[in-house]
Design a binder for this molecule. Structure first.
Ligand code: NAP
Length: 262
């Protein structure tokens, strides 16, 4: 049985860098995303630097039949995925009632449905083998409502709560589930979310390579909630002490006013 890691959304940003971090620790990796050329570029970069194998499996994980094929391929190749990283995700910005509904539903399909399905499939084998790590990528958005990005923030709140719940269920079987909650990170995210103004806001941005390193170290240290960067940790903590109505107004100011969405 070949033991390896699987990362979704590895064609750019934090997922790309987490693949490099894992490869530097000698992990063989299955990399998943829709853009095959970007995944092949990652494979060349990793295989030229490290003695590890990268399997490029391009697919859209929101399509149920693709997940079924992925599962069948893993079985056929006698692979055991002992590290699962559910990183693929995207956001949208603007007044919810003006946004494209199909895109909002597709976001829920990716950020929530695909993540839940993959956790279900791979946690079963991990429990059987009495070991494994799941890392679900949430966001600091998980800690409060997000007027101006309401669906995205709510999807990440799901990811955080689901991951913490799973961790408590799975730990007695030797399996850990962590949630990575990055703050603003320089990736293609803001371009995809059509929220470039937010990236340019005074909130400090982190490099995706730094976030990726903290994420993989967090798994090694068996941390359940991993928040990269002191600023983001302080934000996530202080939000608990502030009345919710103030938090809502503050986030509304940041997301709608600052981004000139009025
Ligand atoms: N950047 C930030 O400030 C920030 C902050 C907090 C949390 N996050 C979270 O971090 C994660 C990674 O985002 P990122 O910042 O690295 O942005 P990114 O560079 O846009 O990466 C998103 C990844 O998801 C993949 N993806 C999108 N739709 C997919 C689908 N249907 N099937 C398979 N893969 C899909 C993309 O690849 P393809 O387009 O090739 O499919 C890409 O590899 C996301 O979950 C995001 O919500 C980001």
């Amino acid at each position: 049985m070949k033991e390896l890691a699987l990362i979704t959304g590895a064609s750019s940003g934090i997922g790309y860098d987490m693949a490099i971090e894992l490869a530097s620790r000698s992990w063989d990796i299955i990399v998943v995303a829709r853009r095959e050329d970007q995944l092949n570029q990652l494979k060349s970069e990793i295989e030229s630097k490290f003695q590890t194998k990268v399997y490029v499996w391009p697919m859209d994980v929101t399509i149920d039949s693709n997940i079924d094929e992925l599962q069948a391929k893993i079985k056929k190749n006698k692979m055991f995925v002992s590290v699962l990283i559910n990183n693929a995700g995207f956001g949208s910005s603007g007044y919810f009632h003006t946004l494209d509904m199909d895109r909002e539903i597709n976001m829920i399909d990716l950020n929530i449905k695909a993540l839940v399905k993959l956790c279900h499939i791979f946690s079963q084998k991990m429990v059987e083998n009495k070991r494994g790590n799941i890392l679900n990528v949430g966001s600091v958005a998980a800690f409060q409502p997000g007027p101006g990005m309401s669906t995205y923030f709510a999807s990440k709140a799901f990811v955080l709560h689901f991951s913490e719940g799973l961790n408590e269920e799975l730990s007695k079987f030797g399996v850990k589930c962590s949630c990575l909650c990055p703050g603003t990170t320089k990736t293609e995210f803001f371009d995809v979310a059509q929220a470039m103004d937010l990236e340019a806001s005074p909130i400090p941005s982190m490099k995706s390579s730094d976030v990726a390193k903290i994420a993989i170290e967090g798994i090694e240290q068996k941390r359940v909630v991993i928040i990269p960067g002191l600023f983001n940790q302080l934000m996530a903590f202080s939000i608990r002490l502030i009345p919710r109505w103030i938090v809502r107004k503050f986030v509304k100011f940041l997301l709608l006013r600052r981004a000139n969405i009025e």
